[in-house]
Design a protein around this ligand. Structure first.
Ligand SMILES: Cc1ncc(COP(=O)(O)O)c(C=O)c1O
Length: 370
């Protein structure tokens, strides 16, 4: 079966994991510090902290904005469930807006239509790794949470995605462009927010606070005491995950080059398939991460089942959130998201695919529509 998403690890990741295990310290530790420093430098981020998942990073990002309880946060409906869950868990209300049919991203107009006097922030998602047009959204004047889970390596007008809004997050889960197994990252324009994030991620104590309690052990009769700075849950990344991340960072340019080759091959080969709409390229001056290759097609469900029979796994990312009864917004009509729910399909793109895999996907799609 050709999988739709995937990562590629090699001998370096394996060696790093073995070294980490031999050190007998797999939990939070100095590999995390090294990964944070290297990642921040590579992507020119103003600040950076690693956490244990992109989903948790989203919850942290919303919390870091300190919005009044019950605020409305506008976000695209065509996104992963963690976006809405983070807003609710932080005590706010998700308000879904439509996505553009062509870019599958949110536009300032889509957001503007959903603004009320309770709107306190906007959450955007760089879908598939294609950069959202941020300037008109920044001009709306609200704090912005930037979900760059798909957009490791994407840029907007030369700036790294994740670092354009107030707070940005990344995902390093098993199928992302850079994987650590499960993991995430968070950046903020104000570095003080990331200093706070580093305290929050360890149950609101902060690992450095804990360490200093221990290091002053000699002078304290109760060295096990520490100050708790705020209520928060545990989101610590591990030395083990960071050791994988360090090797992935060394190979990310090669991984990205492979994704781009597959993307370019699809763009050329599928452009003339009747009725098939290929995804847009990055705007001039922007860089795409090629996380997902999402086509729009007639007879989408039939195609997906046909490809499955041919050992090619495809999927839809995402089932629009407003169509989920949990959020109580099923009466809202978001026609583009509803259209994407009928005709969008992600086909395989990842660095483990061989040229033969890519040719097979193309040949089978062409055969289906011939
Ligand atoms: C748009 C988006 N945001 C957030 C996440 C959450 O990331 P994680 O899987 O690391 O929790 C994902 C995961 O796929 C995602 O696609």
């Amino acid at each position: 079966m050709i999988s739709v998403f995937g990562s590629l690890v090699g001998d370096e990741e394996i060696a790093n994991v073995i070294t980490c295990m031999k050190s007998q310290w797999m939990g939070f530790g100095k590999n995390v510090d090294i990964f944070e420093k290297k990642y921040q430098e590579k992507y020119r981020l103003p600040s950076f902290a690693m956490v244990d998942s992109g989903s948790n990073a989203l919850f942290m990002a919303v919390t870091l904005l300190d919005l009044p309880p019950g605020s409305e946060i506008i976000l695209p409906s065509f996104t992963w469930v963690s976006c809405a869950q983070a807003i609710i868990l932080a005590g706010h209300k998700p308000v879904f807006c439509d996505n553009d049919l062509y870019t599958m991203n949110v536009r300032a107009e889509d957001i503007q239509a959903r603004i009320t006097d309770k709107t306190a922030a906007i959450m955007i998602v760089h879908y598939a790794g294609l950069t959202v047009d941020m300037d008109p959204i920044l001009a709306l004047g609200y704090p912005i949470i930037e979900d760059a889970a798909h957009a490791v390596d994407s840029t907007y007008k030369g700036k790294p995605c994740g670092a354009i809004g107030d707070v940005g997050i990344f995902s390093y889960d098993a199928v992302k462009n850079l994987t650590v197994g499960e993991g995430g990252g968070i950046t903020a324009r104000l570095p003080a927010r990331i200093e706070r994030a580093k305290v929050m991620r360890y149950c609101g104590i902060g690992k450095s606070g804990f360490d200093s309690a221990i290091s002053t052990a000699g002078g304290k009769s109760r060295w096990w005491e520490y100050n708790i700075q705020e209520p928060f849950i545990k989101m610590l990344p591990t030395n083990l995950a960071a050791s994988i991340g360090l090797a992935q960072l060394d190979r990310i340019d090669t991984l990205q080059a492979r994704r781009k080759t597959i993307w370019d091959t699809y763009q050329q080969a599928l452009a003339r398939v009747s009725g098939l709409i290929t995804p847009p390229e990055a705007a001039p001056g922007d860089r795409h991460s090629y996380f997902t290759y999402c086509i729009r097609v007639p007879r989408r469900d039939e195609l997906a089942h046909y490809l499955l029979g041919e050992q090619i796994y495809t999927t839809l990312r995402y089932h629009p959130l407003h169509l989920n009864p949990l959020y109580g917004q099923m009466d809202v009509r978001l026609p583009n998201c509803e259209q994407l729910n009928q005709d969008a399909l992600s086909i395989p793109i990842h660095p483990r695919m061989s040229d033969e895999d890519v040719e097979k996907v193309i040949a089978k799609i062409k055969a289906f529509y011939s």
